[in-house]
Design a protein around this ligand. Structure first.
Ligand SMILES: [Mg+2]
Length: 263
C-alpha cells in the first residue's frame, strides 16, 4: 500500500465515480462524523458519482438513498441494491435468493446456541436476503469460533462473508464488486471492464476483499491494516488516519487531484 500523498492526477483522471464501504470506512463504529459526511458533498461537487456498498441491510440503504448525496447503494454485500433515479424516485434490485431467508434464520439460531459469545444482530429485521450474526459489534467472538461457524454454514451449502462486525449467511454468494459492477452497468451503461477502471473503491475489511481485487484504483482507511490477513489483495493507497477521518482524507486527495486534472 502506498501512502495517500503519492496519489497522482493520472490515477484520478479516468475516474467518474467512487464506491465506498460504510462500517469502519465512512462510519466510526457505526456513527457518521461531520468530516466524513461533508466529504461526500465535496466528492459530488467535482462530479463523482457516489455508490455506497455495505454489508448492512437493504432497509437501511432504502432510507439512506433518499437522504444522502448518492446515486446508488448496495446492501447485504452486493445481494440487494437501490438506484436513485434523476427524479428522486428509487428503483430497488432484489435477487431470487430472498425467498430462502427463513432457512438462514434457522441456521443462525443453531449457530448462536452452539457459540454463545456470538449473537443474532439487531439489524436483521431490515434485511431481505442474508442473515447476520454479531461477531464484533456488541460482542467479541474469537477468530477460531468465527471460522468454525463459517465451516458449519458452508457444510450446509450456505455462503459466508465476514466483516469487522458481522458474519453473513446467504444463499446468494454475493460480493460487493459484482454488486457494484451490476448496478453501474444497469444504471450508467458502463460495461464491466470500464466500471473496474472508472470507479474507485474505498474500504477497510474482509467483506471488501472482492472489491479491492476487482477495481483498479483502490483505497484503504488506516484500519485496513488490521484486516490485512483476510485480504488477497491490499488496496493501492492507504490513508494515514482510520475510519471517517481517513475517508475524508481520501476524498480530499481525490477532489484535489480531480481539480488538477480538470484545470
Ligand atoms: Mg467495513
Amino acid at each position: 500500500m502506498k501512502p495517500l500523498d503519492q496519489l497522482k492526477p493520472s490515477d484520478v483522471a479516468p475516474l467518474v465515480g467512487v464506491i465506498f464501504d460504510l462500517d469502519d470506512t465512512l462510519l466510526d463504529h457505526g456513527r457518521l462524523t461531520e468530516p466524513a459526511y461533508g466529504a461526500l458533498f465535496r466528492l459530488k461537487e467535482v462530479g463523482f458519482r457516489l455508490i455506497g456498498a455495505t454489508g448492512r441491510p437493504y432497509g437501511w440503504i432504502e432510507l439512506l438513498s433518499r437522504q444522502w448525496p448518492v446515486d446508488a447503494m448496495i446492501a447485504e454485500n452486493g445481494s440487494a441494491a437501490v438506484l436513485r433515479n434523476s427524479d428522486g424516485s428509487l428503483s430497488p434490485r432484489l435477487p431470487a435468493a430472498a425467498e430462502r431467508r427463513a432457512e438462514l434464520l434457522s441456521l443462525a439460531a443453531r449457530l448462536v446456541s452452539q457459540f454463545p459469545s456470538a449473537k443474532i444482530t439487531s439489524d436483521n429485521g431490515a434485511r431481505v436476503v442474508d442473515v447476520t450474526i454479531d461477531v464484533g459489534e456488541s460482542c467479541r467472538v474469537p477468530a477460531d469460533q468465527i471460522q468454525a461457524m463459517c465451516r458449519i454454514a458452508r457444510d450446509e451449502g450456505v455462503a459466508t462473508v465476514v466483516s469487522s462486525v458481522h458474519l453473513h449467511l446467504t444463499y446468494d454468494f454475493p460480493d460487493k464488486a459484482a454488486g457494484a459492477v451490476r448496478i453501474i452497468s444497469e444504471a450508467f451503461g458502463e460495461d464491466e471492464t470500464a466500471a473496474r477502471r472508472r470507479y474507485a473503491f474505498i474500504g477497510d475489511s474482509g467483506n471488501d476483499a472482492a472489491a479491492f481485487a476487482a477495481f483498479k484504483m483502490t483505497f484503504g482507511v488506516a484500519n485496513v491494516s488490521a484486516s490485512a490477513d483476510t485480504l488477497t489483495l491490499l488496496p493501492r493507497y492507504v490513508a494515514p488516519f482510520p475510519m471517517g477521518r481517513g475517508f475524508a482524507e481520501i476524498a480530499a486527495a481525490l477532489v484535489s487531484q480531480k481539480r488538477a486534472v480538470n484545470v
